[in-house]
Design a protein. Structure first.
Length: 277
């Protein structure tokens, strides 16, 4: 090697190695601190773009889950209301059957009739209160069902079909003015209430099936979101055990580089010693 006071090749080489070590050390320290091996487009533009796309899908799935949770709440309220109405219909049938007895006196019949009308009023109250977030599946206000987003592109929907339990309708066929005023009226209502009870129970079965369908899709959306989260992690998360070991190795390498540069910078002193007597 040529000794020169103008160019110190050894020092230049040692400085390049030290600069590269410092750069690698900074990158490793950032990975350990952030937990990411790809924290931005500068680290790996292709991987970062893929990860960002997957993060967008995860965000969209969160919106789908919110929509489905609302659907679940609406159908749960409808089921609770329908179950209560089914219980009331059983009581109404009992009152009607008792009032169909021709042997009871007028006072007893009037008492049955008052109880009967009170129970009918409760049905209307339950229907009007079976509402969640402005949606009611039981009062007939929703004629075409209620749709909820089921995928991230909003091209598929889960629809909650309505069950109109209003008095005097196709499910509960007796009117709000039904009365047990006579044994004949009461006897006729027993059959009508039986039919209405069967209809309400059938509506309950349909609502239950809808709730199960929503639950199944919620479970699928949750699993899909978890899979995407794991996929993003595989792409961008740093292996902290590996990075920690690399950090220690680079710190040692940095110290050695500083020593090598120091030794290389002593070459000028060596040249001066050649001219000393």
């Amino acid at each position: 090697m040529v000794s020169s006071v103008h160019t110190n090749s050894a020092a230049m080489s040692a400085l390049q190695v030290l600069n590269k070590t410092n750069s690698d050390l900074e990158q490793t320290q950032n990975r350990v601190a952030s937990g990411y091996k790809v924290g931005g487009a500068r680290d790996d533009s292709a991987v970062f773009a893929v990860a960002q796309g997957m993060r967008g899908d995860i965000g969209a799935l969160a919106a789908v889950r919110t929509s489905l949770d609302r659907a679940n709440s609406i159908v749960d309220v409808a089921i609770a209301g329908s179950e209560s109405i089914s219980d009331l219909l059983i009581e109404l049938r009992s009152k009607a059957l008792a009032a169909s007895d021709t042997s009871i006196n007028g006072a007893a019949r009037s008492a049955y009739d008052e109880d009967f009308k009170s129970l009918i009023s409760q049905i209307s109250t339950i229907i009007s209160n079976s509402e969640f977030d402005g949606a009611n599946l039981l009062d007939g206000s929703q004629t075409n069902g209620i749709g909820f987003i089921a995928d991230i592109d909003s091209t598929d929907q889960i629809t909650l079909d309505t069950e109109n339990l209003s008095l005097g309708g196709s499910i509960i066929t007796f009117a709000a003015t039904a009365s047990l005023g006579t044994a004949t009226l009461a006897s006729g209502l027993v059959s009508t209430i039986d039919t209405s009870l069967s209809n309400v129970n059938a509506a309950l079965s349909r609502l239950g099936a809808t709730a199960n369908r929503v639950d199944t899709h919620v479970s699928f959306v949750s699993k899909l979101s978890d899979s995407l989260e794991q996929g993003v992690g595989n792409l961008v998360d740093a292996d902290l055990s590996k990075e920690s070991a690399r950090l220690q190795a680079l710190q040692v390498k940095q110290q050695l580089g500083v020593q090598a540069l120091s030794i290389a910078n002593q070459n000028s002193q060596t040249i001066l010693s050649l001219f000393q007597g």
